[in-house]
Design a protein. Structure first.
Lengths: 296, 227
């Protein structure tokens, strides 16, 4: 149909205001869910990378004689760690660092308490397997030495962020389903209002695809417009949330512009109006073609 | 060519999906109209004239029997083929069935635009037809702004603008004055002369007498005269 004539009168039949508002609200939620999923993925990557390789060695009675008898227990363990092939960056925590670690439990000056506080060595585990052989070797030179890796913590963090991402994806799916339901209801209302017109055009030889395309173009335009407004409305909230999350992500939010958002989020947000348009198109096509099947 | 072979029609009742209990609207009807033929479809009100036309323009499927339309078995066409077949059939409805939100021009142009004719061709053909039906001064008028007779003429122009192979008219002169009725019959007989198969349903026997032609006369859903 060359000339753009609104043959079906859809400008008045398909809710001009209601659809963009509802799709806008859904898109607002979708933008937040996408931000949540990306933040969870970012934090999961950062935290598992940092904690997964961490190796913490506690040496009780650090000043005592080692089993070999040539050095203190702490020196013997440290030497063994520094010469181990799968361990890097072994160093003993200073008194101040240890104090800072224990402060939540023992107060500001743990050193002055008459408590047998072990020495702590931090290092990175670069090996592929578990450090069980290392545990045995260290226990041999200084019995009672404890070796902890961050792998178990990393697994828990990974499980937590995985569930957060799954929640975000679930929210996105629900939002998509609700958006689809909204468009379906609006399309049904438009079909009911234009029933006679559609029957006439159908009788004149209009293809189902012609009629469905007319509705789909209208629904897609309204959905994309509403989604663009909804996503744009979410930007100030996302910038505020990015600023709140800065201590965890290490990303400093310096302005209120969208550029202050993580790059991955800036890349993902334009997909919301595109997805809304796609949902609008597909839902309307299915709804209209199904409805037209009732006509002979 | 239009051919009915033992065609029956029942209308499904509201809330009753079964056709069995519904009364027969058309009963065991068989006839053939050759390509380029003309038939009056006559009978009293409620005889089933409109139902026969509905079967011919694929608005209903027969509950039994077979219908051949323009060389196609109407029962075996896909939805797309049915739409293409409808484009070759012009229909003048008793109640006009114009689109109220479109101008007279756009109503007449509709079949050509659905067939994706060029806008230049649409303009030329629609303007010519609007002039012919005496409404060239009302191209932009909406149907609600036109009289019943004027709406009838718009409906006629829309039915013939696509140069249909089969023209079906349901009481086409009902809202026309004598002069317009004469002009319409001249148009219809002219199209028929050019090879269009024509079926005109009417209960106006005076009109039938003025333009003698073969008749399909029905009563109570049965064909009682063919010829």
């Amino acid at each position: 149909m060359a000339r753009r004539v609104d043959h079906l009168g859809l400008r008045s039949a398909m809710a001009e205001r209601l659809t963009p508002i509802l799709i806008g609200a859904m898109s607002f939620l979708a933008a937040l869910a996408i931000a949540g999923a990306l933040a969870a993925a970012f934090l999961a990557g950062q935290w598992t990378e940092n904690t997964g390789a961490a190796l913490t060695v506690q040496v009780p009675e650090p000043a005592g004689r080692s089993q070999e008898g040539v050095a203190t227990r702490l020196q013997a363990v440290l030497t063994r760690l520094q010469t181990a092939s799968d361990v890097a960056g072994a160093r003993v925590l200073s008194g101040a660092e240890l104090n800072a670690l224990l402060m939540p439990w023992l107060g500001e000056d743990a050193e002055k308490l008459a408590l047998p506080i072990p020495a702590v060595i931090t290092a990175s585990w670069t090996g592929d397997g578990s450090p069980d052989s290392l545990r045995g070797a260290l226990d041999a030179v200084a019995p009672g030495t404890l070796v902890e890796t961050g792998a178990s913590w990393a697994a828990r963090v990974s499980a937590l962020t995985g569930s957060l991402q799954a929640s975000a994806v679930s929210v996105l799916l629900i939002v998509a389903l609700v958006a689809s339901a909204v468009i379906s209801v609006v399309t049904h209302a438009g079909l009911a209002q234009r029933r006679e017109t559609i029957e006439i055009i159908h009788g004149l030889g209009a293809l189902d695809s012609d009629i469905a395309a007319r509705f789909a173009v209208r629904a897609t335009t309204l959905a994309a417009f509403g989604a663009a407004i909804g996503t744009a409305s979410a930007l100030p909230v996302l910038i505020w949330l990015a600023a709140l999350a800065a201590p965890f992500t290490g990303v400093v939010v310096q302005s209120s512009a969208p550029a202050a958002l993580p790059f991955a989020l800036c890349e993902a947000l334009p997909a919301v109006p595109v997805a809304a348009a796609l949902i609008g198109w597909v839902t309307t096509q299915i709804t209209v073609r199904g409805w037209l099947r009732r006509l002979v | 060519m239009v051919r009915f072979d033992n065609v029956w029609l029942k209308y499904r009742r509201e809330g009753d999906p079964s056709l069995e209990s519904a009364p027969d609207v058309i009963t065991d009807m068989s006839f053939e109209i050759p390509e380029g033929g003309f038939r009056w479809l006559t009978g009293p009100s409620g005889a089933g004239k409109t139902s026969v036309l509905k079967l011919m323009y694929l608005a209903e499927h027969p509950s039994r029997g077979r219908i051949q339309l323009l060389g196609t078995n109407a029962a075996r066409v896909s939805r797309r083929e049915a739409a293409m077949l409808r484009r070759r059939i012009g229909v003048v409805y008793q109640d006009f069935r114009l689109l109220g939100h479109l101008s007279a021009y756009d109503n007449v142009a509709l079949p050509m635009r659905l067939a994706r004719k060029s806008e230049g061709q649409v303009r030329a053909d629609v303007t010519e037809l609007m002039r012919w039906v005496g409404l060239s001064g009302k191209l932009e008028s909406r149907p609600a702004e036109l009289s019943g007779g004027e709406q009838q003429r718009i409906a006629i122009a829309r039915a013939v603008v696509g140069r249909p192979k089969l023209l079906l008219a349901d009481e086409p002169t009902g809202n026309l004055d004598e002069e317009q009725a004469e002009r319409l019959m001249l148009l219809i007989t002219g199209l028929n002369g050019l090879g269009t198969t024509v079926v005109v349903a009417t209960h106006n026997l005076g009109l039938v007498a003025r333009y003698p032609g073969p008749r399909l006369e029905i009563e109570g859903g049965r064909l009682i005269r063919n010829g």
